[in-house]
Design a protein around this ligand. Structure first.
Ligand code: SUG
Length: 449
């Protein structure tokens, strides 16, 4: 049976805005209080999905969440009508309202960690939604994320769903942004690679000094245990704390992997030599290929500015052909040092022999590049035929979603606009329609009330 790596992209939600909510994420900080374009953002994301689908990739879509999130505000003690609550929170604590309004669930690389059945103890594909405990606005995502994944991957003979890890900073988990699976074929057992920022329960363990380490070793180990991965096919590696302090808040800002290839910056990890030999010794059926980008060609600053490593690394024409394509943000084409490095990389005709640039500026302004927008899930034909919703992109779904965005999204959203109760009603009407386009049933709390 053929297995595919399916990219599920987060559909950008109607409240996409620039609130400067993520400490340690330089782009989010720089864009704070600017005016966003929710419609532009959603269409940019859809164009990337369509382009990948046209390239022959299997492409899925994950729905946005209800924002502002009224259950969060009610849970924090606000009461009355939705309109009263929004008015009161805007007056009391605009930062809280901004957190409850963020469309951050679009970055589905942080939605969950997924281990394909080829790697797990019970032959099912396992999902653990990320608790995203480091940032308030993201910590409210996981209950809906879990429900969404359970709705789509509903067949419990194929799929196993775990709740998010403990709500404690010691178990800070940011999902697939810090997890990569290497394999010699998507349908063969692989080695799962977990990258953490700090070992939280060990006093004096190395970690960043300025910005938060969002992922802990304890969280990585817990996910591996829950998914039933065997120790001889898991590798844990620590991110270099210095790069976290330079704005690398997730490992997918400094490295990306696919198949047997790890494309990474020279300074990405704390102990590169050790992780290389461990990956090589644990990868079933083959050797790894490391493509290391030297600091004297692309500095960490350039990597963070251009999001070179937040590219998707994809195998066109299925796994096996060595030709991999890098799906990169347009900022990489505009940065002369990154562009020159990429020109040389492609000219070498090594593991990565093609680069395609995409305009995702709306997402990029909040620190979300091509790889942040996608969650990779290895599925076979039977899995694809047994999904619980209409989420695989084809021409007709693309047309429906484009039409839905064009009719329901605002062209612009300024910092004050999120105080407008009309936005909540627009979002709900849009999501109601979306659940019927995607055949998701009553996914959202407001539909169940
Ligand atoms: O968690 N930005 C997101 C970006 C996530 C990127 N994901 C990956 N690297 N996989 C974050 O920092 C900014 C929202 C704001 O400032 O309005 C934000 O949440």
């Amino acid at each position: 049976m053929t297995y595919y790596e399916v990219n599920f992209d987060g559909l950008v939600g109607p409240t996409h805005n620039f609130a400067g909510l993520s400490y340690g994420n330089i782009a989010s900080d720089k864009s704070a209080k600017g005016t966003s374009s929710p419609k532009g953002a959603a269409l940019q994301g859809l164009e990337k999905m369509k382009a990948l689908s046209n390239m022959g990739m299997k492409q899925g879509v994950l729905p946005p969440q209800e924002r502002p999130h009224m259950p969060t505000l009610r849970g924090l003690g606000y009461s009355g009508s939705d309109r009263d609550i929004l008015h009161k929170v805007a007056e009391d604590n605009p930062a809280l309202l901004a957190g409850a309004c963020s469309a951050s669930c679009m970055w589905v690389a942080n939605a969950a960690t997924v281990s394909p059945r080829l790697d797990t103890h019970d032959g099912r594909t396992h999902f653990t939604p990320a608790n995203l405990i480091s940032m308030f606005h993201r910590s409210i995502e996981h209950p809906t994320t879990g429900r969404t994944l359970q709705t789509i991957f509903a067949d419990d003979s194929r799929f196993a769903h775990h709740p998010a890890l403990h709500n404690s900073p010691h178990f800070g988990d940011e999902g697939a942004a810090n997890h990569t699976r290497f394999c010699s074929d998507y349908g063969a057992p692989g080695v799962e690679f977990f990258v953490y920022g700090v070992e939280a329960l060990r006093k004096g363990a190395p970690g960043p000094k300025n910005f938060p380490a969002r992922q802990t070793l304890e969280a990585c180990r817990a996910v591996a245990r829950l998914h039933g991965l065997s120790d001889d096919r898991v590798v844990y590696a620590q991110q270099n704390p210095d790069v976290i302090d330079q704005g690398v808040f997730h490992n997918d800002v400094i490295s990306v992997g696919n198949g047997r290839v790890l494309f990474h910056h020279e300074k990405a990890f704390l102990n590169t030599g050790a992780l290389r030999s461990e990956l090589n010794s644990k990868l079933p059926g083959g050797d790894m290929i490391f493509v290391e980008v030297p600091d004297n060609r692309v500095s960490v600053e350039d990597a963070v500015q251009s999001y070179l490593f937040n590219s998707q690394l994809i195998s066109l024409g299925g796994y096996g052909s060595n030709a991999m394509t890098l799906v990169a943000p347009i900022e990489c084409q505009e940065n002369p040092r990154v562009k020159s490095y990429l020109d040389d990389l492609v000219a070498q005709e090594g593991a990565i022999n093609n680069v395609q640039f995409f305009n995702l500026r709306q997402s990029m302004k909040n620190g979300g590049g091509p790889a942040c927008l996608r969650l990779r899930i290895v599925l076979n034909e039977d899995d694809l035929n047994n999904l619980g919703a209409r989420v695989i992109l084809d021409d007709s779904l693309y047309a429906d979603l484009k039409d839905w965005v064009s009719r329901n999204y605002r062209d612009e959203l300024g910092p004050e606009d999120i105080h407008d109760p009309a936005l909540l009603y627009e979002v709900r009407a849009a999501l109601e329609e979306l659940t019927s386009i995607l055949k998701l049933g009553k996914l959202y709390e407001f539909q169940r009330a």
